[in-house]
Design a protein. Sequence first.
Length: 101
Amino acid sequence: MHESLRWQRDASTLSLFGELDRDTLLALWQQRETVIDKVEVIDVSALERVDSAGLALLVHLREIARAQGVTPRFSGISDKLQSLITLYNLQQIIVSAEKNT
């Protein structure tokens, strides 16, 4: 059984907790427009698992934020998530807040 996905907004940071995969992302997908509003950092450090559907949602959240005038950076990218980002060649899109780019 999958752990649920939870999130929390704190000022301009959106923190994600649990698992972000095809079985858990529906609630976040349904609230994506309001959840991402004015978010500058998406903290993924507490995500235990991300699959390709979850990665696609992260890309989509970034694009919604860009349409709202903000380009969020990602903090707490795990080695596993970084491998998935590299596999899909998304290094220019999923940019770590820890990097000086």
